[in-house]
Design a protein around this ligand. Sequence first.
Ligand code: HEM
Length: 297
Amino acid sequence: MAAKEYQRSAYRALTDQERAERATTSGGEPILEFGDGSTPFVDYVRSDVLLSLQGLRTKAPTEPAFLIATQVMELLFKLGHIEVLHVRDRLDADDVDAALWALRRVRAVQHQLVGAWELLSSLSPADYREFRDQLGDGSGFQSFVYRQWEFALGNKNAALARPYAGNPVTHGELLRALNEPSLYDAALRLLARNGMPLPAEVLDRDWAEPYQARPEVERAWRRVYEDPVRHQALHRLAEALVDVAYEFGRWRATHVLVVERVLGGKPGTGGTSGVEWLRRVADHRFFPELWSVRGAL
Ligand code: HEM
């Protein structure tokens, strides 16, 4: 069904006092009249547009669950990306408290993302087969907002911007994410500003290059972990970053499990061998020295 184009009403902010007066006038009941146009809720959420974006390709009863779960994940990737950029900027401003506060939201987003697999794990192989062919070459591998989020967290790989070369807007956004310092780069620069000796190649490098784990960085985190009282803020930051890496790992691991359950050993729609390829990707860990340091404590 095509989206109905509502006439959007002029938006006006309200004060607590105005709302209290209206609740008195209405006897505490909801507003039911909005004229011929939209409602203020629809104007803000754009749910008329959002709910018109489920272009199903088959009559398979499970295709809506597949498409809507995928769209929900895309929105959550977007939110995760926005929050991570905010955390990175707070670290650059030496505001670790605000960064930690925002990292709570990143984690909440990730819990939703892991939970969203529940919908897809309810698909049987027969359910999925009913609409899979209609996906053609389409694969989550081509999600640019996922890639933006991965780049912002620190998993840089210039080759993975290539699929979007035909779209200057998307490609431009991805190249920006590729070329900017990541959240982990910002965390390491913060470590250095707090007296941890880190080599220049870590603090100022070509940000588009894949991050290479280094013993000096592991040693810096080790100092933090060995005296968590003295380095309280950095220790909390380290563990909050591990939370993010851990939740990302859970999302990837659950993806592998769901794919194995639905698809078995078949190749993916995006051209890979499928589960076997995904397992390799799932081995990646964000913030590598925060993982390796655990073995050194
Ligand atoms: C039954 C559902 C799903 C199956 C069978 C499936 C299968 C696969 C397979 C086989 C791959 C490897 C690339 C390829 O050859 O296609 C892949 C990659 C990927 N999928 Fe899924 N997928 C499913 C659902 C989803 C959903 C809902 C999302 C969310 C947008 C998603 C996001 C991704 C991403 C981001 C990658 C690339 C991972 C990376 O490069 O790190 N997948 N998927």
